[in-house]
Design a protein. Structure first.
Length: 307
């Protein structure tokens, strides 16, 4: 059993991301005088677009002629770990990646006490908090995301690495003028993050062991008349049905208020920070609870990932 938490994330904008070596543009900027062919790419305001038809002087954002000349295909690599949506459409299966490491610094401008990363491919994640005018970091901790299997010398030297994809930390000092530096390291490989959320953690009760997990993929398989198979790879979504206990009548009302604040809004949900598979960024579908008896209530919280 562990304290169930939710973290509504703050919006990460260029104004608060004060350091990040990744480029702001994945493709050349759009030009009204350029002749574009089908399949060409441009970047405008941190969003990538692909040409659907050959065109000149048809702006990807403002052009309203039909058929459409451009299609928005998602955020640039630099911001993909913070933003998945184009309008009301969320793109699953996308991530920010970079050879060897991703190193960024965020200045939230408000108090936060929690950070979560999902869909991580790295050997370690280091989180450092500093305050202007203070020589030493107020928080500096490195989390191992992969390690050698133990049990015997053979397993250590020849066995596979054990890995975890998700991380949640709730012990950040709540200082309102701190800078948060996050370093995702993958020496010799490619560092990758599906989503990162920072914000203020709120309690939702006590998660218990009846929690269940699922995963749905959206790839399609089409069988042809001759028996051949065409497979189209698409994204997948994780799901967690948290079983949560409330030990006080007042917790039901307070939990409902907290969930109202994240209704239809992506947030970090954590059953236990010690169990990485109970960490998910997404939206909750349902909140089902029974009438509490003897100051004991239990509810199911169904969360579906957006990463």
């Amino acid at each position: 059993m562990s304290q169930m938490k939710v973290v509504p994330g703050i919006k990460i904008t260029p104004a608060i991301m004060i350091a990040n070596a990744l480029p702001d543009m994945d493709y050349p900027a759009y030009s009204s005088t350029a002749a574009y062919n089908i399949g060409d790419y441009v970047t405008i305001d941190l969003i990538n677009y692909q040409a659907l038809v050959a065109n000149t002087n048809r702006h990807p954002v403002t052009d309203t002629a039909t058929p459409a000349a451009w299609q928005a295909i998602g955020w640039v690599n630099k911001y993909r770990m913070f933003n998945k949506n184009i309008g009301n459409t969320w793109q699953i299966g996308t991530f920010t990646s970079s050879p060897e490491s991703i190193d960024l610094t965020i200045r939230p401008g408000k108090r936060i006490n929690a950070i979560g990363l999902v869909g991580v491919r790295a050997s370690s994640v280091r989180i450092v908090m500093t305050v202007p005018g203070v020589a030493d970091a107020v928080y500096d901790k490195t989390f191992a995301m992969s390690r050698k299997a133990g049990g015997s010398w053979y397993q250590y030297y020849f066995g596979p690495f054990t890995t975890k994809d998700n991380l949640a930390e709730f012990n950040l000092p709540p200082i309102n003028n701190a800078d948060i530096r996050v370093i995702i390291s993958a020496p010799g490989g490619t560092a990758q993050v599906g989503m990162m959320v920072i914000g203020w953690a709120k309690n939702l009760g006590t998660a218990v062991y009846d929690t269940s997990f699922g995963r749905k993929k959206y790839s399609t398989i089409k069988e042809e008349f001759d028996g051949s198979v065409t497979m189209t790879k698409r994204g997948r979504r994780r799901s967690i049905d948290f079983q949560v206990v409330l030990l006080d009548d007042d917790e039901i009302s307070s939990t409902q208020r907290v969930l109202d604040d994240v209704d239809d809004t992506p947030a970090l949900f954590v059953g236990s920070s010690e169990l990485s598979y109970t960490i998910i960024v997404g939206i909750f579908d349902d909140f089902d609870t029974a009438l509490p008896t003897y100051n004991f209530g239990k509810y199911t919280l169904k969360v579906r990932s957006l990463s």
